[in-house]
Design a protein around this ligand. Structure first.
Ligand code: UD1
Ligand code: CA
Length: 458
């Protein structure tokens, strides 16, 4: 949307969180509350966003790494109107300004788009989003005349008994014409019970100056749910989880138990993939089609192809190709590129390694800092000895190598294509193509040993 900017208020302390951390930096599904609000503002077309910071301002600023976001500082929290005044330079007369709160992460783009549309169609100087709620205690109330025309917003603490009976409340979300916001902010005073500059008073001032003000009733009051405590944080997280999970199911993903599936907002999943209970899919994870994930699997920033099985395993910042299986109890650590039709079996750890197509690592192995080719077989207990106590070294295992059970490959070392490594070998030197390398003591048999020993003991 053209000519749209957003101001996000986030200067308040949020004492009820009982936290060392600023309130807006608390996370829902691995994303801070303020990030949700910024993304939503941008998603609905705000070209630039200004975040008003105050309490622990530096910490909040440092946590927001996004393009098109600037900051305004409100040193003392003298009210929502005062907070917006601090963003003075950001507000341009010929642009519309959305006002949002940093602690209302559930707000959705569609809702804001509708608000902007209505505001522009009716040529309002300001439009506020209201909601009808059962228990309006604490909120600002929307006062209308007998024809239902908006008059003003009165804060709970300033309201008369009669006004307190009004159930239509101010959600705290508004859009202003820049010019009207600038002139009304200039007239704002703090002559009220709390001695604060109230942003809602701007609406009455715009009306009095001959402008038009609208109040649109929200369809879903959950969207404006503000988080003030850890209990509310959990409530908001639940709603977010349900929303995300619903979207995936609508897009063709099966979630066996959505209540026990935690998917971050930016995760992508292909159709006909099945997510079993207890999965946590984080960050920018992308999963292809026809996969079976879980139960109890965790992925962070993973890229998974089609037809992959990933059972009771953990994967971090790595790639897995089509039709590969992992788990149960595999641990894929950062920077792995695992090919197609690979088998990563139980209790296998892979780190900073490439694994070629068709390679099998069926059980109990450590593949670290390794480049493994195609169709390699790593026997049970294969260990890449990558660390000499000071430095990490790489191991190369070329195509079609057969690594027997309980083998140590002491890096740096290269095993050439087609070689066989005998079980129990500790390999410290390069092995050439198609040979059998045996590096273990030859078996000895001492005849009559038990008898001799029994004699000694008696
Ligand atoms: C405000 C509205 C009220 C509305 C309610 C909805 C005012 C005067 N009242 O209530 O009509 O029903 O929101 O939740 O606006 N903030 C700052 N600086 C300040 C004060 C607040 O940045 O000086 C930020 C807070 O961090 C918070 C947001 O503004 O994110 C709202 O502040 P809060 O104190 O919760 O709102 P109220 O004033 O109680
Ligand atoms: Ca409040």
């Amino acid at each position: 949307m053209k000519n749209l900017k957003a101001v996000i208020l986030a200067a308040g302390e949020g004492t009820r969180m009982k936290s060392k951390k600023p309130k807006v930096l608390h996370e829902i599904l691995n994303k801070t509350m303020i990030d949700y609000v910024i993304d939503t503002a941008k998603g609905c077309g705000a070209e630039e966003v200004c975040v008003v910071v105050g309490h622990k301002a530096d910490e909040v600023k440092a946590a927001i790494v996004k393009d098109g976001v600037s900051f305004a500082l409100q040193e003392k929290q003298k009210g929502t109107g005062h907070a917006v005044m601090m963003a003075g330079d950001f507000i341009e007369p010929n642009r519309d300004i959305l006002i949002l709160y940093g602690d209302t992460p559930l707000i959705q783009g569609d809702t804001l788009e509708k608000l902007v549309e209505k505001h522009r169609q009716e040529s309002f100087g300001a439009t506020v989003v209201s909601a009808a709620i059962e228990n309006p205690e604490g909120y600002g109330r929307i006062v209308r005349d007998s024809n239902g025309k908006f008059l003003k917003i009165v804060e709970h603490k300033d309201a008369t008994q009669e006004e307190r009976c009004i159930k239509e409340i101010n959600t705290g979300i508004y859009i202003f014409k820049g010019a009207d916001l600038i002139t009304s902010l200039a007239k704002l005073d703090n002559h009220n019970v709390q001695g604060e500059y109230y942003l809602p008073d701007c609406l009455e001032l715009i009306l009095k100056a001959g402008g038009k003000v609208g109040a649109v009733v929200a369809e879903d009051d959950k969207e404006f749910f503000g988080v003030n405590s850890r209990v509310q944080l959990a409530e908001a997280a639940k709603i977010m989880q349900q929303r995300i999970n619903r979207r995936h199911m609508e897009n063709g993903v099966t979630l066996a138990d959505p209540e026990n599936t935690y998917i971050d907002r930016d995760v992508k999943i292909g159709i006909d993939t099945i997510i079993l209970p207890g999965c946590v899919l984080e960050g920018k994870t992308e999963i292809g089609e026809d996969c079976k994930i879980g139960p109890n699997s965790r992925m962070t920033d993973m890229h998974i192809g089609n037809g992959v099985t990933f059972q009771s395993s953990t994967g971090i910042e790595s790639e897995i190709g089509d039709n590969t299986t992992a788990g149960p109890f595999a641990y894929i650590r950062p920077n792995c590129k695992i090919g197609k039709n690979v088998k990563i079996g139980d209790f296998v750890e892979v780190k900073n390694s490439t694994v070629g197509n068709g390679t099998k690592i069926p059980h109990l192995a450590y593949i670290g800092d390794t480049d493994a080719g195609e169709k390699v077989n790593f026997g049970c207990g294969s260990i890449m000895v990558n660390y000499d106590g000071e430095k990490k070294h790489r191991t190369t295992v070329e195509d079609n190598v057969f690594v027997g059970c309980n083998v140590n490959l002491v890096a740096p070392v290269t095993i050439k294509a087609g070689a066989y490594i005998a079980a129990g070998s500790t390999i410290t030197r390069d092995v050439s193509e198609d040979v059998l390398a045996v590096a273990r003591a030859r078996q000895q048999v001492i005849e009559g040993w038990k008898k001799k020993r029994m004699k000694k003991e008696s």
